[in-house]
Design a protein. Sequence first.
Length: 129
Amino acid sequence: MTRARLQYEKSRLDERIHLLEGLAAVVDVIEKGDCHCPQKQRRADAAKSLCKRFQLTEAQALFIVDLRIYQLSRTSIEEITAELEEKRRRVAEIERILRSEKALKGEVAADLQRIAGRYRRRSRSKVNQ
């Protein structure tokens, strides 16, 4: 179960990293003031033009198009870079755990302790020996 949880977390982090990399490319250009986007473009057309201009994947372009303009203008490249580094560190940690049987067993033990701590209750029935 722990291995599956770590693999799932890693796949979600990889997806987020992919989106952030595309966002970083676009925000960098916006901060420099080099961006000109027609305001009345349809979502699909705007995504297609982003793909061409910034060499983004469709997922990255749609993520950026779906951001509200005020969110995009308030986002700084430093924030994106910091989040990217945080996500990449976590992915590296997960990969290290998945490669090492000892580290994986340690993670399983930590999971069991968290679960035991969360659901620890005194027994309601009396045990006679």
